[in-house]
Write a protein of this length. Structure first.
Length: 249
């Protein structure tokens, strides 16, 4: 199967496995993702809003317009990147996604990432950033890329094993050079996947290395004009970071 067919299968599995049934009942439709499955850049937000729920596409409301503007500022369009959310159904009244909702969707997000294999993941907002960097403080860490390693289980169709992005019993740190302006600091090497009752699956696991760039959510600029320039400045770093990653391969 090609990448798009694999992504379509993941979306179908979410529906078949009745992920977050309470969310699904009150949502109009699943909002799985949009863009180029072969993209080097993957943007991950928190959850769909009203417009996204209506159209079935992520980031098509006011936040999406600003995201498109920021993409244009680095000479990119939506068709050149891939955009998704952690939670794929709109929470009622646009409330924050709950920890259990994020946890239920995490295995499917990991599968999504494994299919796309982006060179750089840009998390948009606190909830998205904390899914990969649990100790993140967005006001401190925005615009600073971090490399992590996660364990990906065998991706059987309909796989219902649970995943999470941090296991305290497995966490370790190691120094590395940041993908920025020559900065260096410790990175947390994290095992992202924990299994449920199923065992004996180590041979099916693979380690996937990701570079995560946490940014403010575009909606932050709608409520705080001062963060608009911060987001634009952080976006301006993306081409340099991406080129560094490509050169390091």
């Amino acid at each position: 199967m090609n990448k798009q067919a694999l992504l379509d299968q993941i979306a179908a599995d979410i529906v078949k496995n009745n992920v977050c049934p309470d969310l699904a009942k009150q949502a109009t439709q699943l909002v799985f993702g949009d863009g180029n499955p072969d993209a080097d850049l993957l943007f991950i937000g928190e959850a769909p809003g009203k417009r996204e729920d209506e159209q079935g596409l992520p980031f098509v409301g006011a936040s999406g317009k600003f995201l498109a503007e920021m993409l244009e500022s680095i000479h990119l369009s939506r068709s050149q990147v891939y955009i998704t959310n952690i939670v794929k159904y709109r929470p009622p009244k646009n409330r924050d996604p709950s920890p259990s909702e994020k946890q239920e969707f995490l295995p499917y997000l990991i599968r999504q990432i494994d299919v796309i294999k982006p060179k750089l993941i840009i998390t948009l907002g606190r909830h998205s950033g904390m899914q990969f960097l649990p100790d993140i403080l967005i006001s401190r860490d925005h615009g600073q890329p971090t490399k992590i390693s996660i364990v990906v289980p065998g991706n059987e169709v309909g796989d219902e094993r649970t995943s999470r992005v941090r296991g305290d019993d497995e966490k370790r740190t190691e120094p590395y050079d940041m993908y920025g302006e020559g900065a260096s600091e410790s990175a947390t090497k994290q095992s992202a996947v924990k299994h449920g009752s199923r065992t004996g699956l180590a041979s099916q696991e693979a380690v996937m290395t990701l570079v995560i760039l946490p940014l403010y959510h575009p909606a932050a600029a709608l409520y705080n004009g001062g963060q608009r320039q911060t987001l634009l400045d952080d976006f301006a770093l993306i081409p340099t970071i991406l080129e560094k990653i490509r050169n390091d391969k």
